[in-house]
Design a protein around this ligand. Structure first.
Ligand code: SAH
Length: 444
């Protein structure tokens, strides 16, 4: 193997993070790691910090613990947003009411963001309760609302019908309002640096439970509850962008998530009338589901949570890498671009002394450029702290160097702004705490 000039690059070992992560010398790209990340003959152990206090959870056969199937729990009640427009008409008829009432109800829900019979003055008072009871059952009970950034970031804690807790985070940015939604209560992917992953999967969320997060956020915005609006701005505002970056692995709940996307993009009053381009589906890399997504014909933005360009490290950071390797995930991401023409995002949480080495930036750039130009951009994000975690975010100069190397290699790369850390509302921090459980119990 020819010597890679960068392979010998070193930087000083840094002090142990919180005294728990021990840096074991210089950070070098192991000679045994070829450009495609596979271990060559005579592989030597990769030199990087040892982690203490965390061991990957394994199943009975010694494979990393992954939960794909949703544990059986009582299903949430069927809601208008779970149904197609034709099914809504059928259901209204089953309630003994004329089919056209479905459209009226959809208008209340998707354009006025209300499920309150008292608001529905165009419907005869005598049928409102039956219609709402049958079509708009209550799905999310608000347990808590936390605000930061002077009120333009809000985290909601919701209780589902069976007591499961989920969160969504609403953020105002210049020119857009983004809602980070949950797609599962908990998550089965078990990524060690993510608080949600550590808690395991409670269950899949229904389509309507996903949609209701948006409707409730829109209601709050319409009531003027989201800070940061300019005094002279009288526009009717609502959520413009959705990121599936709350709790859960969206592609492990494929059907309900895609049905929810269809409701988001359907024209009002049948749906929320949102632009597919403003919807980002983020995944750990479930390859068959990525391929399926590429065939849907809905131009959502696709994001792959890569976090390491080599299998050796990614096997640890993203346990599902034991099934679908870095190159397979990247091929699928490239396939998404090739099919849809939509530039894909690579997410990369920068973890101090873990995945932030210069040679890893170079290897990532190599792998992305090997597949083509202009198809991808990289979004590194400094790791957000999670309870009891042994890891911390990379130092500023290391972050900047990582970004610089990718940009120099022709890969558009921007360090992502992270919001909501103060309220544990940032990426990877969403988890129901004992405090949340107590608050949920207290509201009865
Ligand atoms: N399961 C999906 C979506 C949820 S997480 C996925 O993994 O893509 C959304 C993003 O936050 C992912 O890129 C995830 O890797 C990242 N993330 C998780 N924990 C984080 C942390 N502690 N700091 C920064 N980003 C984190």
């Amino acid at each position: 193997m020819t010597e890679n000039p960068r392979a010998r690059e070193t930087r000083p070992a840094t002090a142990p993070a919180q005294g728990k992560v021990r840096a074991t010398g210089t950070q070098v790209r192991p000679d045994s790691l070829s450009a495609n990340g596979s271990q060559g003959a005579g592989a030597q152990t990769q030199v990087r910090p040892k982690t203490e206090g965390w061991t990957q959870q394994k199943d009975a056969e010694g494979r990393p613990l992954l939960q794909f199937a949703s544990p059986k729990r009582g299903k949430p009640p069927v809601h208008l947003a779970d149904l197609t427009p034709a099914e809504r008409v059928e259901k209204v008829k089953e309630l003994g009411l004329p089919g056209y009432r479905a459209k009226q109800l959809s208008t209340h829900y998707f354009t006025h963001y209300t499920s309150n019979p008292a608001d529905m003055t165009d419907l005869p008072a005598g049928i409102r309760d039956d219609l709402v009871g049958g079509m708009l059952p209550s799905l999310l009970t608000e347990v808590r609302r936390l605000e930061t950034d002077r009120g333009d970031t809000i985290k909601f804690l919701w209780r589902l019908h069976d007591g499961a807790l989920v969160e969504s985070v609403l953020m105002r940015y210049p020119g857009r309002i983004t809602l980070c939604v949950s797609s599962q209560a908990g998550c089965g992917m078990n990524c060690p640096f993510c608080a949600t992953g550590q808690a395991g999967l409670t269950r899949n969320m229904s389509t309507a439970e996903i949609i209701e997060q948006i409707v409730r956020a829109n209601r709050l915005i319409a009531e003027g509850g989201l800070g940061g609006k300019k005094a002279d701005d009288h526009s009717m505002e609502r959520v413009s962008n959705i990121v599936f970056m709350g709790m859960g692995e969206p592609l492990a709940n494929y059907k309900r998530v895609m049905d929810a996307v269809r409701v988001m993009v359907a024209a009002q009053p049948d749906g929320l009338g949102m632009s597919a381009r403003g919807i980002t589906v983020s995944t750990v890399g479930l390859v068959p589901a990525i391929n399926k997504l590429a065939d849907e014909g809905i131009p959502v933005t696709f994001a792959l949570s890569l976090h390491a360009p080599d299998d050796h490290l990614r096997n640890e950071l993203i346990p599902v890498n034991s099934r679908w390797k870095v190159d397979e995930a990247l091929d699928a991401a490239y396939g998404y671009y090739a099919k849809t023409g939509r530039r894909v995002s690579i997410e990369y949480a920068l973890i101090k002394d873990m995945n932030d080495h210069a040679w890893r930036a170079d290897l990532l750039a190599e792998k992305l450029n090997a597949r083509g130009r202009g198809w991808v951009h990289v979004n590194p994000i400094p790791l957000n702290p999670t309870p009891g975690s042994i890891w911390t975010s990379s130092d500023k100069d290391v972050q900047n160097e990582f970004v610089r190397r990718l940009n120099d290699a022709g890969i558009p790369t921007t360090l992502r702004d992270t919001r909501g850390k103060e309220i544990d509302g940032a990426c990877g921090q969403l988890v129901a705490t004992t405090e949340d459980e107590a608050a949920a119990a207290a509201i009865g």
